[in-house]
Design a protein around this ligand. Structure first.
Ligand SMILES: *Cc1c(COP(=O)(O)O)cnc(C)c1O
Length: 441
């Protein structure tokens, strides 16, 4: 046990040393990785992950926004084992797999894109790349010239591959990649209350050159949990579609119940032409993503065999059978367990607790939330104090796993959280903020 944290640390340092010696962690400065007390997970039970010394942490970030029902869920474990006993993976290039077909059939009527075809990949960024490419080639296939650009929003984040990064607004130290980015028409982001007016104006001026509009419906997650009025989202999407443009909804973060409906597009009342899903699709079990495509777009790719109309694009693990089997069982469980009702009940409690205990703290600048996606923006008295990092470290020491976006503490509780867990997350955050803000004073 260390005196400071009360946590057992016998195996920790050894595993961290082995880790740092060989594993390069994303979005992580490796020179200080070991000093930042990383949690080395050995296993998990329900809503807690357990480290190499047996310490338990409540997963309050849903393992970076992917885990939905919990870890080590017996029903999902069983779906995975059953599929493994049949076949783990076969290619979707020119051939099919029953697990993929069954998932596509189950998912299609639930997605915001009407009557979609699904192109599977493994990561959210890949699903966005696919959407960009499909939108671009759609106009080519239809013989329409000049529609070669995209409209994206300020604060946008769509993943880290070069195309997705081009749509993204930057930040996270990516400006040195600017020479690699393709230019986009950049509307304001959800942090600007007049973002929709700005977007509508740009649509009016540039629609003739645009292939598609890309947006995260309702919440811009990585921007720091900025929330849009659903009517504004609908106005912009309707205007784009009235102008004949394609709309790509990036539901990678907001999809699968996170905001209180299965997809955030439902709350906005939009029917996008393409939709990207990832993160929660397998409940956080396996890498899987999909691009859903409306019939009028899909059909522009039909033509003679080996013709130019074909989508010459695909990934080796597209439609992986293990991932699809888990995703299908996950979708069933969302219904069987009435998970969305739990999300809405816990979201109401979380909102009330944040209002009462967090929003009024001097150290807090703003609280933004939709469903169980929450950003608590800290208000440090000076730059460079790394409050976001330090507050989350204090929470981790108290057994609640958090990770910030800069000085925004992200709360992303599991969709099956209990009232007690929501209480614990907020109580721990209060303690962590008071510790950090108090020590700064
Ligand atoms: C996380 C995220 C992505 C990228 O997904 P990866 O699986 O990390 O590649 C894309 N769009 C949004 C909105 C996201 O939050």
């Amino acid at each position: 046990m260390t005196e400071e944290t009360g946590r057992a640390r016998d195996a920790h340092d050894r595993w961290v040393a082995r880790d740092a010696a060989r594993v390069w962690h994303g979005f992580t400065q490796m020179s200080v990785y070991a000093d930042n007390e990383p949690v080395i997970v050995d296993r998990a039970e329900g809503h807690e992950v357990i480290d190499v010394d047996g310490n338990r942490y409540l997963d309050a970030i849903s393992s970076l926004w992917v885990t939905t029902l919990g870890h080590h869920v017996p029903e999902l474990d069983a779906a995975l084992a059953e599929q493994a006993a049949r076949v783990a993976h076969t290619t979707l290039l020119g051939n099919g797999n029953t697990a993929t077909i069954e998932l596509a059939e189950a998912l299609a009527p639930r997605l915001p894109v009407p009557d979609p075809h699904l192109l599977f990949a493994s990561d959210g960024a890949a699903s966005v790349e696919q959407a960009l490419r499909i939108a671009f080639q759609h106009w080519h296939n239809r013989g329409v010239g000049g529609r070669t650009r995209y409209l994206a929003l300020g604060g946008a984040y769509h993943g880290d591959t070069i195309g997705a990064l081009s749509l993204g607004a930057g930040g996270f130290g990516t400006s040195m990649l600017d020479p690699l980015r393709f230019p986009v028409v950049r509307a304001p982001g959800y942090d600007d209350p007049d973002w929709a007016i700005g977007a509508l104006d740009l649509l009016e001026r540039h629609h003739g050159t645009l292939a598609a509009v890309v947006l995260e419906p309702l919440v811009q997650g990585a921007a720091g949990m900025h929330v849009a009025d659903p009517d504004d989202v609908r106005r912009v999407v309707d205007a784009a579609q009235d102008l004949g443009l394609l709309v790509i909804a990036d539901e990678v973060a907001v999809g699968f119940g996170r905001t209180g409906t299965l997809f955030a597009s439902e709350q906005c009342g939009i029917a996008p032409d393409l939709c990207c899903v990832g993160k929660g699709i397998t409940g956080g079990y396996l890498p899987l993503s999909a691009t859903a495509v409306a019939p009028h777009v899909y059909e522009s790719f039909l033509g003679p065999d080996l013709s130019e109309h074909t989508l010459y694009h695909g990934h080796s693990y597209s439609g992986n059978a293990l991932a699809c089997a888990v995703a299908r069982r996950h979708l069933e469980l969302i219904d069987e367990w009435d998970v969305l009702a739990n999300v809405n009940a816990r979201a109401a409690e979380l909102g009330e607790l944040l209002d009462r205990r967090i929003a009024k703290l001097d150290a807090v600048g703003a609280v933004r939330r939709r469903g169980l996606m929450t950003g608590v923006e800290l208000a440090p008295p000076a730059d460079g104090l790394r409050w976001g990092r330090r507050v989350c470290a204090e929470a981790v020491r108290r057994g609640v796993l958090l990770r910030p976006l800069g000085d925004v503490v992200v709360l992303m509780p599991l969709l099956t959280s209990t009232p007690e867990e929501i209480e614990r997350i907020v109580a721990t955050l209060v303690e962590a903020i008071e510790r950090v803000a108090g020590s700064a004073a």
